[in-house]
Design a protein around this ligand. Structure first.
Ligand SMILES: CC(C)(COP(=O)(O)OP(=O)(O)OC[C@H]1O[C@@H](n2cnc3c(N)ncnc32)[C@H](O)[C@@H]1OP(=O)(O)O)[C@@H](O)C(=O)NCCC(=O)NCCS
Length: 204
């Protein structure tokens, strides 16, 4: 994975992107591997979502029920699981397909997350697709999700994939725009057990 150096060593004091210092104005997002060093910033991003209403808690399904993510050790354990997900060496929990996780970060601030599933299973073929992404509410509508998906496409090609399935709720205008901006072609609008879904393919 060609990512820029992990900016985790930068101070995390101003983890709210609305508190923009001079460096923040330079706006250089990166995709980084999840890291325990961005604990405070990840917590701040996480807190922006309403409890239970967070479709963007990428990888949280790996956590045990009731895990306290404010505990640095618990958080570090979860990050290790996330990083382990891309490996093919051993079976993943719940029969999940190998998945690479990145955080969208800027100057040590976590702004969102994106993940690339290396294969499709029955659920992903119908309602999940190859890629999942989310941007923290305070950082939306500045092109981050569009940029992040575009940045992941070459990584998918490196995995040997020649096209990607992208799926979003039919009512999710923003996600549909992100997909179409990246070359997504609508295959169908499908009523699934998980709601009405737009299913797109992106040729790589
Ligand atoms: C969907 C999501 C990732 C978009 O992130 P983002 O960084 O704000 O997206 P971008 O800034 O790249 O915007 C992409 C397009 O959507 C449009 N858009 C963004 N938010 C919008 C909204 N609330 N309503 C309508 N259009 C919206 C933008 O104007 C832009 O359109 P354009 O390409 O025509 O200019 C973000 O809203 C999110 O995290 N939502 C919750 C999680 C989620 O739904 N994930 C996707 C699951 S499939």
């Amino acid at each position: 994975m060609r990512t820029r150096p992990d900016p985790g060593g930068l101070p995390e004091k101003n983890s709210n992107p609305l508190e923009r210092g001079p460096r923040y104005r330079r706006r250089m997002p990166q995709l980084i591997a999840p890291t325990p060093r961005l604990h405070a910033s990840w917590l701040a991003a996480h807190a922006e979502w309403a409890p239970g209403g967070d479709p963007g808690r990428a990888g949280l399904w790996l956590a045990a029920e009731g895990d306290d993510f404010t505990d640095p050790e618990v958080f570090a354990g979860w990050v290790a699981l996330l990083r382990d997900q891309a490996g093919h060496a051993r079976p993943l929990p719940g029969g999940r397909v190998p998945t690479a996780h990145w955080w969208i970060a800027e100057h040590g601030i976590v702004l969102g997350a994106i993940d690339l599933r290396h294969a499709l299973d029955a659920f992903l073929s119908e309602a999940g697709g190859h890629v999942g992404y989310s941007v923290r509410p305070s950082a939306r509508r500045r092109g981050l999700a569009t940029w992040a998906l575009g940045t992941v496409l070459p990584e998918a090609r490196l995995l040997g994939l020649d096209r990607l399935l992208l799926v979003c709720d039919a009512a999710n205008t923003a996600s549909a725009r992100v997909i179409v901006r990246n070359g997504g072609v609508l295959e169908d609008v499908r009523t699934t057990r998980h709601g009405v879904k737009n299913r797109y393919w992106i040729d790589l």
